[in-house]
Design a protein around this ligand. Sequence first.
Ligand SMILES: [Cu+2]
Length: 117
Amino acid sequence: MRSFTVAIASAVVAIIGLSTQDVIPARAQEAVTIELSVKNHKFEPAEIKAPPGKAIMLKVKNLDPTPMEFESKPLRIEKVIPGNGEASINVRAQKAGRYKFFDEYNEKTAQGTLIVE
Ligand SMILES: [Cu+2]
């Protein structure tokens, strides 16, 4: 006959308590404001810059007497601005890259780029 030895192992469980602070900085929610204007159917400045991952507010002044349509396909913006008018356009946070925009009514001359970097 055989005898069996049963070994009982006891496990020690260590509980590690982690304290985390998930605080979202309020500044991450604030939009970066960029002002630009259009004169003689040209953007001034034609290149604008914004940091990545931040909402952007574009304030566009149309200094020409005729209406314009601020348009950007990659940014999905389309907004008519009357002659001598102004518009605030909200752009959601973007990844780094170059985003073209233009005035659809004066596409030949009014071209611009938003550089996110
Ligand atoms: Cu359009």
